[in-house]
Design a protein around this ligand. Structure first.
Ligand code: FAQ
Length: 337
């Protein structure tokens, strides 16, 4: 049977050994390293190394930004979904992504930052979001391909984060992963309908998979040797598997699903390697990833312009919510006096 879900790690996927704690532990951080070593959770009021806090803010903010920018490529098809059922599902999915952004900004705020400042950093281009959302959604099949491949890659990356050492991030990830799992299934189901439909629908599904496959593999980041944050992040128990290990897992999980769909993955080097017990796959064009991250992807400018516009358009809602909160606080104070 083909596993469509990617939301659980089988027991054989034992975590690699964690890099050791530093030989000399800074005074005051003994509990931090004890908790991390025992696979416990660090909570907001616990002492933590400053670079742990900063790196978590970086990763969680980037993740939150990805969720809200990620609403755009799919939002593009809400008005053109092929049926009422598909439209209702897509609307719910896009709303889920907004919710994920909300949990993640809230998790980042527990580390002493303000969400308005994080949004400023996004809008001024000083914080990143995932490369994947800089590609266009040209046909309806792209919605299926995003659900199947992009949400599929997201779950493979995020399930281990449910066990990450920072409590608020780990807890947010549990709900996010449950929802992403549904998203992945709906993408698979939408593509399955197309790939078993008319020759034109099948061709549209294949074209979408041809365009989304390589960018999906890039979501996992650079090769381990080029990953600047991995070593520290793994020692802190934030990252539990390396970029390349997660990418391999995604490929291994996805190939049988592509066979069930009757679609081809656009990689002539993709083949089962009996000795390794994994699929071999072709070389990823990391020049493309770094160009997209630098702002030179097909849709970076459009995504950022739309995001800044949406933020400005929402100013009245933020002002109204602040005025309402102030009124409620004044009323409470009045009744307490
Ligand atoms: N795009 O040292 P590493 C979703 C950057 S899923 C852009 O390996 P790290 C769901 C990296 O930030 C997508 N930048 O970094 C959804 C670093 O730059 P920095 C979001 C990338 O942190 C589905 C530099 O390269 N998921 O949103 C990318 O250890 C459908 C060096 O890299 C997450 O954010 C990239 N692909 O590992 C929503 C998951 N790859 O910060 C809507 C949480 C690398 O020094 C619709 N994040 N970079 O300037 C993570 O797991 C990690 O942060 C990684 C990167 C794996 C992304």
């Amino acid at each position: 049977m083909v596993r469509v879900y990617g939301n659980d790690f089988a027991p054989q996927d034992a975590e690699p050994a964690r890099p050791a704690a530093p030989a000399e532990i800074e005074p005051g951080l003994e509990d931090f390293w004890r908790i991390v070593g025992a696979d416990g959770r660090i909570e907001p009021r616990d002492a933590m190394p400053e670079d742990y806090r900063r790196s978590l803010v970086r990763q969680i903010a980037q993740h939150a930004h990805s969720e809200i920018i990620g609403m755009q490529p799919e939002g593009n098809w809400i008005g053109r979904a092929p049926s009422l059922r598909r439209k209702a599902i897509l609307m719910a999915k896009v709303q889920d992504e907004a919710g994920h952004g909300l949990y993640l900004y809230a998790a980042a705020e527990t580390l002493g930052v303000d969400r308005a400042d994080l949004l400023d950093l996004l809008h001024s281009g000083r914080q990143k979001y995932s490369s994947i959302f800089n590609y266009p959604t040209l046909t309806w099949a792209d919605i299926g391909a995003i659900g199947w491949l992009v949400d599929g890659a997201a779950i493979v990356n995020q399930v281990p984060l449910c066990r990450c050492s920072y409590g608020p991030y780990a807890r947010a990830m549990i709900r996010v992963c449950k929802e992403e799992s549904f998203h992945q299934r709906q993408g698979f189901e939408a593509l399955n309908t197309l790939s078993h439909g008319t020759p034109e629908q099948r061709a549209m599904a294949q074209d979408a998979v041809d365009r989304w496959w390589w960018p999906s593999l890039m979501m996992f980041g650079p090769h381990d040797a080029e990953s600047t944050h991995s070593e520290k992040s793994m020692a802190w128990g934030v990252k539990r598997f390396s970029n390349d290990d997660l990418r391999q897992r995604f490929v291994d999980m996805t190939v049988p699903q592509s066979e069930a769909l009757g679609l081809t993955l656009p990689d002539p080097d993709l083949r089962w390697n009996e000795e390794r017990g994994h699929y071999d796959f072709g070389e990823i064009d990391f020049t493309e990833l770094f160009e997209v991250i630098k702002g030179n992807g097909p849709c970076n400018k459009q995504r950022m312009a739309h995001r800044r516009g949406a933020h400005e358009d929402g100013a009245w809602a933020r002002e109204a919510a602040t005025a309402y909160a102030e009124k409620q606080a004044a009323r409470k104070e009045g009744s307490a006096a």
